[in-house]
Structure formats: structure tokens, C-alpha cells
Design a binder for this molecule. Structure first.
Ligand SMILES: *[C@@H]1O[C@H](CO)[C@@H](O)[C@H](O)[C@H]1NC(C)=O
Ligand SMILES: *[C@@H]1O[C@H](CO)[C@@H](O)[C@H](O)[C@H]1NC(C)=O
Ligand SMILES: *[C@@H]1O[C@H](CO)[C@@H](O)[C@H](O)[C@H]1NC(C)=O
Ligand SMILES: *[C@@H]1O[C@H](CO)[C@@H](O)[C@H](O)[C@H]1NC(C)=O
Length: 390
């Protein structure tokens, strides 16, 4: 085992092996025992999961030691997005997340192969990548089936039990204020601030429906930035002593989550800073049966300080109360972490047998024309049984 080397607060040394003509393998100097590190990813798998490093039999490899600066900036995230776009396009030499990280966050020589790969990827990235959706144009049917597992279909289709969900029952509420009235004082104050920021024009919210046979509206660089910033804040900056494997894990998680959310159905709520015009948060909601699900939420550090998550929950509850046919707002799995406690303070109780309360039996619901549109109920419920995974 090579000793761990840390050379500064956010700087780490890693060693990479560059086999000629055969991709690259990366080993760690900063290895923490018991950790699974992402070394590569598969652009085509339905869920992008980091591969577990196995023994590598590399002949004639070139060993390089790289110093990685585990901090994010706009250019690095753009370069990472460009790299992933090449992997998506099926270029196998890009199918290695660790190499991407070494090339983009490391101090490799400008003429080294990984750096040249990163530059080539950047050249191929369209100018308008920031706001132009570039994901795969999945059909609505594919999007619905991609959504089911993450929504917890395993439990409502009777396959197996998932974690408890955080639920708010709204069937007896006629106005969002009736929900707020029952919350602790601190929560009421937080929601008031969140709403005041929106009313004061500090941020703007746009609703972007996800359509079938088109790239998802959030499959663009501006939204990818939110996912990366969010995961790095949660995983890599969360504790003192976070190391290079936390950074790798955070980036691997971000790439996987970005791919996951952009394959699914539902609706995107996009938050932008009205001064800078920058996208600062993305909330992904899905409505099925008599339930609305606040499913994915990612935001920049700036948005995290500006109550955006609270606003997104407030607004989801408000719209769900105003909508016909919604009984429950579901904020998804809850366990014993601080986040579950937070949801509970806002009235979202952790329910073990959550499908008994949150009705997911009906079709997916779309607000494309303002009238409910029937999803592929028969096939989808068949898939719920076939593919129920959480
Ligand atoms: C809603 O009101 C009805 C009638 O008063 C009551 O039976 C039911 O328990 C209430 N549901 C909730 C979730 O509060
Ligand atoms: C919101 O906008 C107002 C007016 O532009 C400004 O005075 C205030 O500082 C902003 N608040 C935040 C939290 O950015
Ligand atoms: C918007 O950006 C400005 C300038 O960076 C910042 O001062 C402000 O806090 C941001 N507002 C929100 C709501 O994030
Ligand atoms: C549906 O879309 C319309 C127009 O954008 C909006 O006013 C309405 O609130 C939406 N309804 C729901 C239930 O989201």
C-alpha cells in the first residue's frame, strides 16, 4: 500500500497508470480502507454506476503521479461535462471517470494524453451547451419506466419493501397557509423568507415539462453544474478530513445522478438568480396517481444559502393543494438522518407503509395542455412489477 499523501487543504496526490492504446487505470495514494472508488463508468447502462476497481494487468504502462486540486470552478465543470458527452457518444477512451478527474483537476503536462483528450472533448462541446438540452430523446414510455424504480415502485407493486417515505397529507387542506399555520415558528419564518426572496425578485422559477422523444430540458451544462456542486458540497466538503476518495465519490455520484434524473419523466422547476441569470437549482417533480413526488433537488452553494430548497417544498405543497386530485405530497425516502428530521419538522412524517397513504396507482400526470393526459397505464404497471427497484 502506498502511503497517503495530502499536500494542501484541497490538494491530493494520485498515481495513474497510462497503458499504451488501452484506456487508463488510476490507483490511489490517498486510499481509505473500506471505500469503493469509482474508476470508470458506462455511458450506456440504465443506471450509471461507478465500477469497482479490480486487479489490473497492465503491461508497459506509464506511471504518472498527479496532484489533484479538489476544488470546482466553471471551467473544470465544463471540461467534465464535455468529457462525459464523449463517453455518451460511445468513445471508449472517455469511459473512465478517474482519468477525467486526473486530466481536469490534476497538474498533468499539457501534452499528456489525458489532457489532450480533455481538450479534444472541449472542442467538440457546442457553444450553447450551457442551456441547450443534449440528453437522449427517450420516449415517454421509457421515461416512465426509468422513473418507477426510483419512485419506489418495488413497494407499491408488492415486490419488496423500500425505506419509509416522508409524506404530507393535504386532502383536507384548501390553502397552503393552513399547512404553514401548523408548523413550528422557526419553520414558518424560514418559509416566509423563502417566499419573500421570490416576491422580491431575487430569484426566478421556471416550469419546464419533460416531454417524450426530446432531450430532457435539464440535460444541459447549467443543470449539470447544480448537480456537481450539490454532490461535492454533500460528500466531499461535508466533513473535516474529507479526502480525494470523497471527491471522486462525489463526482461519480453527480455524474450518475445527472444521468438518472435526465432519463426520467415529470417536470423540472428551474431556479435562476435574477441578477446573474445563472441557474442555481433544479427540482424534479413527478405526479402519479393521487400523489406528487418531490424527487430530485440539486443546487449551487449560493442557492443553499438562499432558502431555495425551502421555496421548492413550499411551492410543491402550494401547487399540490391547488391541483385537483392530489392527496399526498411525497418527499421520498427518509431514514434517521438530519435531512429526514428536517422534513419531519415541516410536517412530512416518516411513513413505513407509505403506499397505503400515498396513492401511486393511477397514471403519470402531465400538465402539458393543462388537462390530464393518460400515461401508458397498462404497460407501466406491468413494468412496475417487472422492474420494481429502489
Ligand atoms: C380529513 O378529514 C376527514 C373528515 O373530517 C377525516 O376523517 C380524515 O382523517 C382527515 N384526513 C387527514 C389526513 O387529516
Ligand atoms: C434580494 O434583493 C434585494 C433587492 O435587490 C437586496 O437588497 C437583497 O440583499 C437581496 N437578498 C439576498 C439574500 O440576496
Ligand atoms: C444572486 O447573485 C448575486 C451576485 O452574485 C448574489 O449577491 C445574490 O445573493 C444572489 N441571489 C440569490 C438569490 O442567490
Ligand atoms: C399547469 O400549467 C399551468 C400553466 O403553466 C399552470 O398555471 C398551472 O398551475 C399548472 N397546474 C399544475 C397542477 O401544476
Amino acid at each position: 500500500m502506498v502511503p497517503s499523501v495530502m499536500t494542501g487543504t484541497r490538494r491530493f496526490l494520485i498515481a495513474i497508470l497510462l497503458p499504451p492504446l488501452a484506456g487508463a487505470f488510476v490507483t490511489h495514494l490517498n486510499w481509505s480502507p473500506g471505500r469503493v472508488l469509482p474508476t470508470s463508468f458506462e455511458a450506456s447502462s440504465s443506471y450509471l454506476k461507478p465500477k469497482i476497481p479490480g486487479p489490473t494487468t497492465v503491461l508497459q504502462s506509464q506511471r504518472l503521479t498527479v496532484e489533484v486540486d479538489a476544488s470546482l470552478d466553471d471551467e473544470k465543470v465544463r471540461a467534465l461535462f464535455a468529457w462525459i458527452a464523449r463517453a455518451y457518444a460511445g468513445e471508449y477512451e472517455y469511459n473512465n471517470l478517474m482519468l477525467a478527474i486526473a486530466a481536469i483537476f490534476g497538474n498533468l503536462p499539457p501534452d499528456s494524453e489525458p489532457v489532450l483528450l480533455a481538450e479534444k472533448a472541449l472542442k467538440l462541446l457546442p457553444e450553447d451547451a450551457e442551456e441547450t438540452p443534449c440528453g437522449e430523446p427517450f420516449s415517454l414510455y421509457e421515461r416512465e419506466s426509468n422513473s418507477l424504480g426510483a419512485m419506489g415502485a418495488a413497494q407499491w407493486s408488492g415486490r419488496w419493501k423500500t425505506r419509509p417515505h416522508a409524506l404530507l397529507q393535504i386532502q383536507n387542506l384548501t390553502h397552503v397557509d393552513e399547512w404553514i399555520k401548523g408548523l413550528p415558528r422557526g419553520c414558518r419564518r424560514t418559509l416566509k423568507r423563502a417566499v419573500a426572496l421570490e416576491e422580491g425578485g431575487n430569484f426566478t422559477v421556471r416550469t419546464l415539462p419533460i416531454y417524450g422523444n426530446q432531450p430532457a430540458p435539464h440535460s444541459c451544462l447549467a443543470h449539470f453544474r447544480c448537480v456537481v456542486a450539490h454532490e461535492v458540497r454533500l460528500l466531499a466538503n461535508a466533513r473535516d478530513g474529507a479526502d480525494v476518495s470523497d471527491f471522486f465519490s462525489a463526482l461519480g455520484e453527480a455524474v450518475g445522478r445527472y444521468m438518472g434524473t435526465t432519463r426520467m419523466a415529470g417536470e423540472i422547476r428551474e431556479y435562476s438568480n435574477s441578477t446573474t441569470g445563472k441557474v442555481i437549482a433544479v427540482a424534479h417533480e413527478v405526479r402519479k396517481g393521487r400523489t406528487t413526488r418531490g424527487q430530485w433537488f440539486y443546487c449551487t452553494d449560493e442557492a443553499a444559502k438562499n432558502y431555495i430548497w425551502f421555496h421548492s417544498v413550499y411551492d410543491l405543497v402550494r401547487r399540490s393543494i391547488e391541483a385537483d386530485g392530489v392527496d399526498v405530497v411525497d418527499l421520498g425516502p427518509s431514514g434517521s438522518d438530519a435531512f429526514s428530521e428536517l422534513k419531519e419538522r415541516y410536517g412530512f412524517l416518516s411513513v413505513d407503509d407509505w403506499p397505503a397513504v400515498a396513492d401511486y396507482e393511477g397514471p403519470f400526470w402531465y400538465n402539458q395542455t393543462g388537462t390530464p393526459k393518460k400515461g401508458l397505464t397498462g404497460l407501466a404497471s406491468f413494468l412496475e412489477r417487472q422492474l420494481g427497484i429502489d
